[in-house]
Design a protein around this ligand. Structure first.
Ligand code: HMG
Length: 384
């Protein structure tokens, strides 16, 4: 039985800051951000958006009435949750008025949460092949202002409808996983900015990539030549480039040049949005599908998922005959080109406002033209 992604939706803020301007304000050479880090623009999230609304705006693009009727499970991968008990999936189901004969759950393991969701969805669909599962990866990536992590912020949501007989990609049965109990990146309870041991996190990402890739090749009996493209979790796009270099070193140059071309397509959207944490790998997948004209049905894509703390997985999927039609349904390029550039000073002001507030407050939502917005907190309850 084939199981995989049938539809993908994506949403991010309508505001961004230009990385050249941010570098100038931080007295850095712009080439460090544009080439050294590999980021051109960074999404700036309004205080009237949280992961629930980002996800709702992404799901809204893909979910038909027929999908709603068959929905059995919603798995919300995030590390930017809005409540210690109630899941973001429950908020989302309420906001979208999903049918109530439904299971809803939030999954957390840093940037790995949506990948865990896809794995769990496959198990669920083996038991309930007639159902559909919604898997979300939505986050707001926040480091401190003027810290080394600052140019690697961003935010947004990717929503995937996972089904049997999927029209975009069918996952293959083999995957390889590795974990470490590591403090490479973490966010203590009550804090709204991540803490990070930057170089250590980069090294662990690359070490675990090698570990799961070697293991995957052994168990799946496949090697580099069997893949059309590799996509990576992209906290910033240069790290994925380093990952691809480490997979391809010592291999045939012609194959490598194809893989590097595909990587350029796969990092295009991420370089304009920044880190989405859980959604990052899947935004890169979307970017590959919409920016690489030569892809064909039947080709194999390799996925490297990494979440700090740390969990890694390498898995693969085969593009399905209708993938081009499915991807052409939504114009994601337009979401990115239709955004408005704001100044570094305005970004800093919005950054200060984008914190989880539990006390009574009402937000002015008129400036945010998104369909779903966060309106503030009333009697300790979030209102949308
Ligand atoms: P840094 O220390 O300021 O930067 O921050 P750097 O000095 O290492 O420079 C970065 C790159 O720019 C280097 O390239 C420089 O050479 C180059 P590399 O040597 O690495 O190839 N460079 C230049 N290039 C061109 N022209 C110039 C120039 N100057 C320098 N003039 C760091 C970098 C990544 C540490 C920082 O941004 C950070 O802490 N980021 C956050 C952590 C992170 O993203 N880690 C990634 C792995 S962990 C992960 O992926 C999980 C995560 O998504 C969270 C989760 O799982 O939930 C983060």
């Amino acid at each position: 039985m084939k199981i995989g992604i049938d539809k993908i939706g994506f949403f991010t803020s309508d505001l961004y800051v230009d990385m050249r301007e941010l570098a100038q304000q931080r007295q850095e050479d712009p080439a460090k951000y544009l080439i050294g880090i590999g980021q051109k623009k960074m999404a700036v999230i309004r205080p009237t958006q949280d992961v629930v609304t980002l996800a709702a705006n992404a799901v809204d693009q893909i979910l038909s009435e027929a999908d709603r009727q068959k929905l059995g499970l919603v798995i919300f991968g995030t590390e930017s949750g809005v409540d210690n008990s109630k899941s973001t999936a429950a908020y989302l189901a309420g906001l979208l008025k999903l049918p109530e004969k439904l299971q809803v759950v939030e999954v957390k393991q840093a940037c790995y949460g949506a990948t865990a969701g896809l794995d769990f969805a496959q198990g669920y669909l083996c038991l309930h092949p007639e159902k559909k599962v919604l898997v979300i990866g939505a986050d707001i990536a926040r480091y401190g202002l003027r810290t080394p992590g600052e140019p690697t912020q961003g935010g947004g949501a990717v929503a995937m409808l996972v089904t049997t007989n999927p029209r975009i990609i069918a996952f293959e049965p083999n995957s390889a996983v590795a974990m470490r109990d590591a403090n490479d990146f973490w966010r203590p309870l009550g804090e709204s900015e991540a803490r990070v041991a930057g170089k250590f996190s980069n090294n662990l990402y690359l070490d675990l990539l090698q570990e799961v890739w070697q293991e995957y090749q052994k168990t799946a009996g496949l090697q580099l030549i069997d893949f059309t493209a590799f996509i990576f979790h992209l906290p910033y796009t240069k790290l994925g480039l380093k990952g691809l270099r480490s997979l391809t070193s010592g291999n045939d140059l012609a194959i490598n040049s194809q893989l590097f071309k595909q990587f350029e397509a796969a990092r295009s959207y991420n370089s304009q949005v920044g880190n989405l944490y859980t959604g990052s790998l899947y935004l890169s997948f979307l970017s590959l599908l919409q920016n690489s004209p030569k892809l064909q049905a039947g080709q194999r894509i390799g996925f490297y998922s990494y979440g700090s703390g740390a969990q890694a997985e390498f898995f693969s999927g085969l593009l399905q005959p209708k993938f081009k039609e499915q991807i052409a349904r939504n114009d994601f390029k337009q979401i990115l080109t239709g955004r408005r550039k704001i100044s570094v000073a305005d970004y800093e002001s919005l950054y200060q406002q984008q914190v989880i507030q539990t006390t009574e407050h009402k937000l002015r939502t008129t400036e945010d033209l998104a369909k779903y917005v966060f309106a503030g907190t009333h009697e300790s309850q979030r209102t949308y």
